[in-house]
Design a protein around this ligand. Structure first.
Ligand code: ATP
Ligand code: MG
Length: 195
């Protein structure tokens, strides 16, 4: 069983996350892509962050309707900082032996990878499926110690970020179609990102 795992803050989840998940699924012939919103994103400590409940709700709304996608609350349910290594251990246990995990990440996230908790263990648990991201060079040299552990996957370079979406909502600008309709409604109905 080949399973993709796409972790993120998802504040909010946007169409580039979804297109990335879909394109990596097709290219790597994955049976499922699990979207995992972070409970406590320790790499973003100090930055403004919507409650986990909203980020999980938006993730669920976004993936509903794609039978290959699902949202997991594993990080939101766990207390303390959300470490990818713990999530991969949990998912590996959940799927059991025979599962092949692919951790999907953008080139910007790869640049930080060596600072994550237990990068070696992560590479034992999963292959990294890295997609390009406008403005970031995929720097795979720090991972040359792990040949075969990284797969570059070509996807559309969509220059969309949650930071820009939050900025636009705060400025009263439209983000319609940058996020799925149901996520758009959730943002408006709950007054997210509005000062
Ligand atoms: P923020 O601006 O708040 O950091 P973001 O848009 O970067 O939000 P994250 O939740 O931080 O979204 O990203 C989750 C994962 O999705 C990361 O691995 C990130 O690299 C990847 N990702 C996000 N946006 C894109 C994009 N436009 N193209 C490719 N990968 C992306
Ligand atoms: Mg980001």
């Amino acid at each position: 069983m080949r399973i993709g795992v796409l972790g993120g803050t998802f504040d909010p989840i946007h169409i580039a996350h979804l297109a990335t998940g879909e394109q990596v699924r097709a290219r790597l012939e994955l049976e499922e892509v699990v979207f995992v919103p972070a409970g406590e994103p320790w790499m973003k400590a100090g930055a403004p962050l919507s409650p986990a409940r909203h980020r999980l709700d938006m993730t669920r709304l976004a993936v509903a309707g794609n039978p290959f996608f699902r949202a997991s609350s594993v990080e939101v349910d766990r207390s303390g900082p959300s470490y990818t290594v713990d999530t991969l251990e949990a998912l590996a246990g959940e799927y059991g032996p025979g599962v092949e995990l692919f951790f999907i990440m953008g080139a910007d996230a790869l640049a930080d990878f060596q600072r994550w908790k237990s990068p070696r263990r992560i590479l034992e648990l999963a292959k990294l499926a890295v997609v390009s991201r406008p403005g970031f060079n995929p720097e795979i040299s720090p991972l040359s110690a792990a040949p075969g552990g990284v797969v570059m996957v070509e996807t559309d370079d969509l220059a969309i970020s949650a930071t820009e979406i939050r900025r636009r909502v705060a400025a009263g600008e439209s983000v319609r179609y940058l996020v799925p309709d149901r996520v758009y409604r959730h943002i408006l109905d709950n007054g997210l990102y509005t000062p």
